[in-house]
Design a protein around this ligand. Structure first.
Ligand code: ADP
Ligand code: MG
Length: 696
């Protein structure tokens, strides 16, 4: 077996390869573009393209593609071969700087939220040199941004890159006040990806999973996650083989997959990489998701990345670990004495302010039909955004607000009472698993994103909102004489913390009291996507994006349209699948089983007219009643679904989906699930939760 260090990054045109393959002047020029954002001229691009092509062909590539992230959130690619036929009948392989820098594609089939009419179909992809090109399945993939003919961003990457620039600029203003000017500041992200693995055989028989990614029906399994025996449990051999191949493939792509383990729910797992610069980390996460889906088939498995594939057991999230680093140093590292670490306190304060001020916008970034089933479901953070700081930082913040000396936090060592076990220092705070935005030692962990999401939206908002609070700090402190700086900075911090104290909550986010307390504090609680999305187009949000050049008003509005439409389309498909399954699978199965029982009763009666068949008769009645309730709910759903589809206004339709259709879908599901446990196994048309979740 190859050593990890030999294969790691072997399919990536990374800095090491660039240095090896490019003339040194070109390499330096490219680095200036990557690190300092300097524009690149065509001559340099031509040299880079040539080197990239030679490298890719050596690795077996035949095609190239501009790899981008349209507003669907997933990745898109269109393969072009390097082939260039010559007049004499031969062919050479070519790839020019122009082809590297810019691609033109028909953008009309990607969502644009009204930014582009079908007759103005031209769209452009533009190379993002800050994320490495890589080879996947014999195709050289070039990460790109995607925009319309008129220059509006039509993708997830462009605003993310713009937000990173804003963060860098504002952080540098603040760092300059600390005597540390001109740093290379980046947002760093580590995305923990949760997913389910189930057998292909079961999957194929569940049209709901195939078409919607989640089970629209299914009674709770006899055994759920209550034994707590799956979390961190020994990994089953097939899954282990899958994970090993996944690691290998990811390592080749330079994705630093690090941690893998079984998650809480049966058949649920997690993969966490080592964090990277935000835009690269998000590209890596998308690659990871793709590899998971593709490689699962090698093992007769299917990888489910939906936020809630199974009702009643945990859904899947994607924790977004976020920090800021300046020339490689983590600005959220509290150091040994955080109370005295003014630069850290400023950063912390600015993040607190950003999360409080833009809590609704953060909520928007995690709103989707799938995540609606997860947020607030006693397994994931509630739909209310709040922050957890832990004992030590919480104590420091309290002391700053109360204007008193921070008494310090005991750094205790852990003694297990067993001499052979080395003693170690305890963390200064315990974990809080219920907080949506938790400080975890030297980074924040945003836990609301769902497993299927592209993390660009969340990080775009975090970066931009933090850029804003940093800019306000800089505005207030620039010009203050050096000798007054510390005092003024502390005063500023105190003011901001007092104003934003409400966002800090160290208690149990799953408790029933919290939504009540949160309402008292004036925190927003947008339960569904339909409630959350309008915040995107509030003047406050548009101003933020425009102030930092992250999105224009037109771009923001188009994104709102796209997200609304996406939500409504998902709901529409789910309704259709539900209706189809009930009519064509569930009702016929129930009727067939009922007829079997009726026949059985009649047959017994023919032989033994006075036999007691009350139990069979009761069962038959239950089946008939069940079918009746199902029919009733089906009619209701059909009626509402038709009415929803007639609504022109997408927000109205979303509201109808969230508040009228979802409850009927739930009732219909419940009625069918009730029958699942009444109808004989042989007659039930699909594999049940028991079958799907507990396989070998
Ligand atoms: P846990 O399950 O306790 O949250 P994990 O080890 O699964 O912890 O995940 C933590 C994630 O946070 C990893 O992806 C890790 O690389 C990432 N991380 C660590 N430090 C930083 C940082 N400074 N910026 C961003 N992400 C970070
Ligand atoms: Mg985590």
């Amino acid at each position: 077996m190859a050593r990890v260090s030999d294969i790691y990054g072997s399919m990536v045109f990374n800095e090491h390869t660039m240095q090896e393959r490019l003339p040194s002047a070109t390499y330096k020029q490219l680095m200036k573009t990557i690190n300092d954002g300097e524009p690149m001229d065509l001559e340099v691009a031509n040299i880079v393209a040539h080197a990239m092509k030679e490298w890719a062909i050596e690795k077996g590539a035949t095609h190239f593609t501009h790899w981008f992230q349209p507003l669907t959130g997933i990745t898109s690619e269109k393969h072009d071969s390097f082939l260039d036929p010559c007049p004499d009948g031969r062919a050479i392989m070519s790839f020019s700087g122009k082809e590297l820098i810019k691609g033109e594609s028909d953008a009309s089939s990607f969502p644009s939220g009204g930014l582009r009419a079908t007759f103005e179909a031209r769209g452009y992809t533009a190379w993002d040199p800050t994320s490495y090109a890589f080879i996947k399945d014999e195709v050289l993939c070039i990460p790109t941004a995607f925009c319309s003919y008129t220059g509006e961003a039509l993708d997830k990457k462009t605003p993310l890159l713009r937000s990173m620039k804003a963060l860098e600029e504002q952080a540098n203003r603040v760092l300059a006040l600390f005597g540390e000017p001109h740093r290379h500041v980046v947002a760093t992200v580590g995305a923990e990806q949760e997913y389910f693995l189930i057998s292909e055989k079961d999957y194929e028989r569940r049209l709901d999973l195939v078409l919607t990614g989640r089970t629209l029906f299914g009674y709770a399994p006899c055994k759920g996650q209550e034994m707590e025996d799956h979390y961190f449990g020994a990994i089953r051999p097939t899954v282990n083989e899958f994970m090993k191949e996944l690691d290998d493939e990811l390592w080749k792509l330079g994705v630093s997959a690090r941690t893998k383990h079984n998650e809480v729910a049966p058949a649920q797992h997690e993969l966490a990489p080592i964090f990277a610069v935000a835009n690269r980390a998000i590209d890596e996460n998308l690659l990871t998701m793709e590899k998971m889906r593709l490689l699962a088939s090698h093992y007769g498995l299917v990888c489910l990345q939906h936020e809630k594939p199974f009702a009643g057991i945990n859904g899947s999230g994607k924790h977004n670990n976020w920090s800021v680093s300046a020339d490689g140093r983590n600005l959220l590292d509290p150091g040994a004495n955080p109370a005295e670490n003014l630069r850290f306190l400023v950063m912390l304060t600015c993040v607190i302010q950003a999360v409080d001020d833009y809590q609704e916008l953060l909520r928007v970034t995690v709103a989707s039909a799938g995540n609606d089933h997860r947020l607030g479901a006693h397994e994931a953070p509630p739909a209310i955004v709040s922050m957890f700081l832990g004992d030590e930082l919480g104590g420091i913040v309290d002391a700053l607000i109360a204007d008193c000396e921070y008494g310090g936090c005991a750094h205790e060592s852990m003694d297990l009472g067993v001499d052979v076990i080395p003693s170690f220092m305890k963390d200064t705070s315990d974990r809080n698993r219920t907080s949506p935005f938790a400080f975890t030692g030297n980074k924040f962990e945003f836990r609301m994103p769902g497993s299927a999401m592209n993390l660009s939206d969340a990080n775009t908002v975090i970066n931009t909102a933090v850029a804003k609070s940093l800019s306000e700090f800089a505005d207030a402190l620039e010009g203050v004489p050096a000798e007054d700086f510390e005092r003024e900075a502390r005063r500023y911090i105190k003011g901001v913390l007092c104003a934003h104290q409400r966002i800090i909550f160290n208690g149990d986010g799953y408790s029933e009291e919290w939504p009540v307390e949160a309402a008292r504090r004036g925190l927003a609680n947008h339960r569904t996507t339909a409630d959350a999305l309008p915040s995107l187009v509030q003047p406050k949000s548009i101003e933020l994006f425009e102030q930092f050049g992250v999105l224009s008003e037109t771009e923001v509005r188009s994104r709102y349209e796209v997200e609304l439409e996406k939500y409504n389309k998902v709901m529409n498909v789910e309704c259709r699948v539900m209706k189809r399954l009930v009519r064509r699978d569930y009702l016929p199965a129930i009727n067939k089983f009922a007829a079997e029982i009726a026949r059985h009763i009649a047959e017994v009666r023919a032989v033994l007219p006075d036999a007691d068949q009350s139990y069979q008769e009761a069962r038959l009645r239950r089946l008939l009643e069940g079918a009746h309730v199902i029919n009733e709910q089906l009619d209701k759903l059909t009626e509402l679904h038709r009415a929803a589809n007639e609504l022109e206004d997408q927000q109205e339709r979303a509201n109808m989906n969230a508040y009228e259709i979802v409850p009927v879908m739930d009732a219909l599901r419940q009625a069918v699930d009730q029958m699942e446990v009444t109808v004989g196994r042989e007659c039930w048309p699909v594999p049940t939760y028991n079958d799907i979740l507990f396989y070998c």
